[in-house]
Design a binder for this molecule. Structure first.
Ligand code: PLP
Length: 386
């Protein structure tokens, strides 16, 4: 079979390599999973069972999503994101991932450049490559809490630059970009007619008083922003594959043309689940947030005891952190993770997967029960102090 250059150029990710290797061992302590371990709340499951029994879920919906769902999303965007949206400005997607791929496909042509502040979510890099675009990596300022480097972003803009793609709160660093930083970024986008594509998957999980800011709440940016959201993290709905994106009405009309050949529409049963999620009690979000905060604090405490081996920036959001491996061991993060897995049975994710400045780091997920964090760190301590 002929393999397109588009696909052929994509190398196997270090994340998948680690997942494959992890299966060879028993009793592994996983700090590599970036998905909620709790189940979807019962009221959401019940609403879907009822929709199925009423025969509402076997056909396609409108490709942009059920009207009732988009009405609920409009209310949520106003309440939680300070975005005044109309239902016509929304597209319900197959998770944030399809929304992001559709966004990138809608904005760039082959050879166009997309700025990625890095380290960043590895899938964003793949998505740009899959769209035959060129990722342009601009390092975040690790020494300054992984702040955006606005000057460096300005300096890499060329005639080929079409978009800036970021996630905040961040996978893998746990950084939450501030309103000030994002206002600066919006100015650059407007001055250079760039589209800002955002991934706000972890919007509700911020700590220590840090506030999530949606750049689409800046009215002047309206025609230059596509915002991607998901139900995956907020309501522990990973497998339902449902999210949505927001853009101006005129841009949505174009983006929808890319969404249809990818998906026709998002799974209808999952759209009913999402209606129930938005209409029902929001208590689960607070519960998840509190448990991630406790786990983050525990993980930081355990890392503090290993300060001759790791240096880290305390995550302000998401449920991920990105410690730097100090000394010789940090030269090759994939080798380090493989050794940690083989000798200590702890699964972590090599930083090299998250862009060039990810090397010498490991990504750790604190979206796991506290006993797993303790078990993993007992083993890591033994491994390192050997
Ligand atoms: C930053 C980020 N965006 C998107 C996703 C996936 O979202 P979805 O399940 O909605 O496709 C993940 C999953 O880990 C993620 O970390």
């Amino acid at each position: 079979m002929n393999i397109s250059n588009r696909v052929g150029q994509i190398t196997k990710s270090a994340i998948h390599e680690m997942t494959r290797l992890s299966k060879q061992y028993n009793d592994v302590a996983f700090l590599s999973w970036a998905k909620p371990t709790s189940g979807t709340p019962k009221h959401i499951n019940d609403a879907v069972i009822s929709a199925i029994e009423k025969g509402l879920t076997s056909g396609y919906s409108q490709s942009e999503g059920l009207p009732e769902l988009r009405e609920e999303i409009v209310k949520k965007l106003k309440r939680d994101n300070n975005i005044i949206a109309k239902p016509k400005e929304l597209l319900v997607t197959v998770g944030a991932i399809e929304g992001l791929m559709t966004s990138v496909m809608s904005v760039i042509d082959p050879g166009d450049e997309v700025i990625l502040p890095t380290p960043t979510y590895s899938t964003h890099i793949t998505q740009v490559r899959l769209a035959s675009g060129k990722p342009v990596f601009v390092p975040l300022q690790e020494e300054n809490n992984y702040k955006l480097d606005i000057e460096a972003i300005k300096n890499v803009i060329t005639k080929k630059t079409k978009a800036i793609l970021y996630c905040s709160p961040s996978n893998p660093t746990g950084t939450v970009f501030s309103e000030n930083e994002l206002r600066e970024l919006s100015k650059i986008a407007l001055q250079n007619n760039l589209t800002v594509i955002t991934d706000e998957a972890y919007e509700y999980f911020t700590f220590d008083g840090k506030k999530h800011f949606s750049i689409a709440s800046i009215p002047e940016l309206k025609n230059n922003v596509i915002t991607n959201y998901t139900f995956t993290k907020t309501y522990a709905m990973t497998g339902w594959r449902i999210g949505y994106l927001h853009a101006s009405e005129q841009n949505i009309a174009q983006i929808k043309k890319a969404h249809i050949p990818f998906a026709i529409c998002a799974p209808v049963a999952s759209q009913y689940a999402s209606i129930a999620a938005l209409k029902g009690s929001q208590e689960c979000i607070e519960k998840f947030k509190l448990s991630y905060l406790k786990s983050r604090n525990l993980m930081c405490e355990r890392l503090n005891m290993l300060d001759s081996y790791f240096q880290y920036v305390k995550p302000e959001g998401s449920y991920l952190m990105f410690p730097k491996i100090l000394g010789k061991q940090g030269k090759n993060s994939l080798d380090f993770c493989k050794k940690l897995l083989a000798e200590a049975k702890v699964s972590t994710t090599p930083g090299a997967a998250f862009g060039p400045t990810g090397e010498s780091h490991i990504r750790l997920s604190f979206c796991v029960p506290e006993n797993i964090i303790n078990k993993a760190f007992d083993r890591i301590e033994k491994f390192l102090n050997k």
